[in-house]
Structure formats: C-alpha cells, structure tokens
Design a binder for this molecule. Structure first.
Ligand SMILES: NC(=O)c1ccc[n+]([C@@H]2O[C@H](COP(=O)([O-])OP(=O)(O)OC[C@H]3O[C@@H](n4cnc5c(N)ncnc54)[C@H](O)[C@@H]3O)[C@@H](O)[C@H]2O)c1
Length: 367
C-alpha cells in the first residue's frame, strides 16, 4: 500500500537573501520583507564584508523577483505514518444551542460521506457535519484511525447534547481513493450501512515537495491519483447514486489556494496542478449535473494549522515566518475555519450556488 508520507525530504535551507522593504517590487514582497526575519544563518554574499555593497551581478541575490520564486533547496520533511500526529476532536463548537439561526443551514436527515475524514481538515469538517445534524460515513486509507475518530465524534456529540435520545450514526470505511475498485467497494459499504448517500466531501489528499526536474514519476502519478482521480471517482460514484435515486445532493471538493497561486518558497508543481484540476473539475461537473439538482462546489483552503502542519512548522520556524508574512490577515487558518464553509456549501443555505470556489485563505490569493 502506498504511504504518501514515506521517504520525504528534509528541510535543508530556506531563502538565502534579505532585502530592504523599500526595494520590493510588489506589496507582497514589501510585506514579506518587512516581517521576515532572515531565513538563513549565513549572511548574504553581498553583505558579508561590506553592508553597502551590491550583490555581484548574476548571483542569486542580485536577481529581481527572487522573493516570488520557488527555491529548489527548500525541502519539507513529512513524518512517516507511524509518527503522523493525530487530530484532536474540536471542543465546544457543536451542540444544541439557543441562538437564533437560519434553519436552512441544518443538515438534518442527510447522510454525508467524507473522504480523508480520519484526520486533519477532513475530520474537523466531519465534526461540523455531525453537529449540523447529518449522519456520517468516514472513508479513509487508515480505517483503524477512522473507526477510533468515529467513536470520538459520537462521544463528543453526546457530551454537547446531553439528554438527546437519538445519536448520529457515524461509521468508518476503508478506501484507497485512487483505486476504482476500492472506491466502488467503499460506496457499496456505506450504502449498506446507511441506506443512502446525500452529500459528499472529498478531503483525501496530500502534498509533497520536490523540484519538478527531480520529481520521481511514480510519486507524481500517485499524487495526481489521490488528489485528482480520488476526487473524480468519488464524485462520479456519488452522483450516479443520486441520479438513480432521482434526488438532489451537494458535493464539496477540497482543493487548495495552490490551485490558483504558486506557493513559495517550496517547489510543488504537481500538487499545484492537481488542485487546479480539482477546482475546475468542480466547475465542469457543476454544469454537467446542474439538470440533476446536484451541486458541486470547491473549497480552497490556504495554509491551515493541522496537527501535521503544526509539527512541520514547529520544526521549521523560518518556513512558518515566511508563510505568515505572505498572508494578509497575518496568521494561518485553523481547521475550525472550514466548519462553517463546508456546512454552508452542503446545506440548503447555498441552494443556488454551484461551481463556486470558496477560498478560505486569509486573503492569500488576493495579493
Ligand atoms: N492542511 C493544509 O494546510 C491544506 C491547505 C490546503 C488544502 N489542503 C487539502 O486539504 C485536504 C486534507 O488535508 P489535511 O491537511 O487534512 O491532510 P491530512 O494528511 O491531515 O489528512 C488527509 C487524510 O486523507 C487520508 N488519505 C490520504 N491518502 C488517501 C487515499 N489514497 N485514500 C484514502 N484516504 C487517504 C489520510 O489517511 C488522512 O486521514 C487535502 O486534499 C489537502 O491537499 C490542506
């Protein structure tokens, strides 16, 4: 079985140069330069001997635009599966409450399937879906963790809704989303446990960093297989099921801001292209299935602090500073920031919205 986290690389170096904000060519560069502490422990060549000296022509420090470029020396190390941090259940966000709100946001009497729901963003969105009234099927490569988290979601729901007799039905299922047979088996399994599927969220996905020239071809195919094929296979499988039942449904694909911009400094061309494909798949299928009352939308998160990204950035504070310096709101998002977005797009509150790309990125893609 493929382990997306195995054999990834170590952070060796980050941006080499610093540059006065006044010399920045764009507001984003100015912002980055103002807040960025030097990412290198080695002084830039031009500054080593003489602070006023200009960088020698033709060197990396001399190139205009270098702050907006990827740097192939930046390598991000991802933990292997055994050391993958677990996602804690969100506390105090759900439950019956007595604040007036629109009934349209409720997901009561729905069955929602979430791929990649055992961890990270998928798990937190799953919790929002359960809190909003839906039953839930978590589908993941890691069935054991999915089972454990399914139990925890119900326990948390019970804690937040004391006295409520009917508990949500939350189940866990295995699938490798990149494998058509595995996807079909999982869909059949979910339907046998829940009787039907009404909504889908595709969150299974991963990123990794190699410069394009050295990207191992088999890994690139795997990355596209999980991020693109996995989204396509689940979307078409659920849409077919909805069409057979002649009922409406809502599909939310988790893309990324990387589908619209190019992240710096870490190189990740195949991931960026995969997420652009996810975004446009949502638009294309929205049109194709509009006549069947099946809505398809995309959520494009920016940099989110999951258990995994938190671990990576704790180990690489320079990278965290660089990322944050490029976010207009000045901080990374948290998975809870997606709870309202996914509930909105699945629910009747967004009944006339299809083919949209909802960016939850703190303004990153605006500058
Ligand atoms: N975390 C971020 O900052 C961020 C930002 C933008 C977009 N995203 C996207 O959000 C989605 C979720 O990311 P995350 O940060 O929660 O990642 P994560 O690694 O924490 O969780 C991903 C989940 O998907 C599962 N998965 C991976 N490959 C699978 C496969 N082949 N079949 C079935 N399940 C599989 C994993 O087991 C895991 O439970 C991804 O599509 C990612 O690209 C994340």
């Amino acid at each position: 079985m493929f382990k997306p986290t195995v054999a990834r690389q170590a952070v060796r170096a980050l941006n080499r140069a610093t540059r006065p904000a006044a010399l920045a060519a764009t507001p984003r560069q100015a912002l980055a330069n103002t807040f960025l502490r030097p990412l290198s422990t080695t002084a830039p060549r031009a500054q080593k001997d003489d602070k006023n000296a200009k960088a020698p022509e033709g060197t990396a420090e001399d190139q205009e635009g270098r702050y907006a470029r990827t740097d192939e020396t930046v390598k991000i190390e991802y933990p292997d599966d055994a050391n993958m941090p677990r996602t804690p259940v969100v506390q105090g966000r759900g439950g019956m409450h007595f604040k007036r709100t629109l009934a349209q946001f409720s997901l009561e009497n729905k069955v929602t399937l979430v791929t990649g729901g055992a961890r990270g963003l998928g798990l937190v969105m799953s919790q929002a879906i359960v809190a909003s009234g839906s039953d839930l099927a978590i589908v993941d490569l890691n069935k054991e963790e999915a089972e454990d988290q399914a139990k925890k979601l119900v326990e948390q729901f019970q804690k937040e809704n004391p006295g409520l007799e009917e508990l949500p039905n939350v189940t866990a299922h295995y699938a490798d989303v990149a494998n058509p047979d595995s996807v079909n088996n999982a869909l059949a399994d979910v339907i046998s446990k829940h009787g039907r599927i009404d909504h889908l969220v595709t969150s299974a996905g991963f990123t990794e960093n190699f410069d394009a020239i050295s990207y191992p071809y088999d890994r690139m195919q795997k990355l596209w297989g999980v991020n693109v094929d996995g989204t396509y296979l689940f979307a078409t499988g659920v849409a077919k099921h909805l069409m057979e039942r002649k009922v409406p449904g809502s599909i939310v694909m988790i893309g990324s801001m990387s589908g619209a911009i190019v992240n710096v400094p870490q190189p990740q061309a195949p991931y960026n292209a995969a997420k652009a494909a996810v975004r446009h798949l949502a638009s294309s299928l929205a049109v194709e299935w509009a006549g069947h009352d099946i809505r398809v939308n995309c959520i494009s998160p920016g940099y989110m602090l999951t258990a995994l990204t938190r671990k990576i950035l704790d180990e690489n504070p320079d990278l965290r500073d660089k990322w944050i310096s490029l976010i207009p709101v000045g901080k990374m998002g948290v998975p809870e920031d997606l709870m309202g977005a996914v509930t909105f797009l699945l629910s009747d509150a967004s009944k006339y919205i299809t083919g949209a790309d909802l960016r939850v990125d703190g303004g990153y893609t605006l500058t």
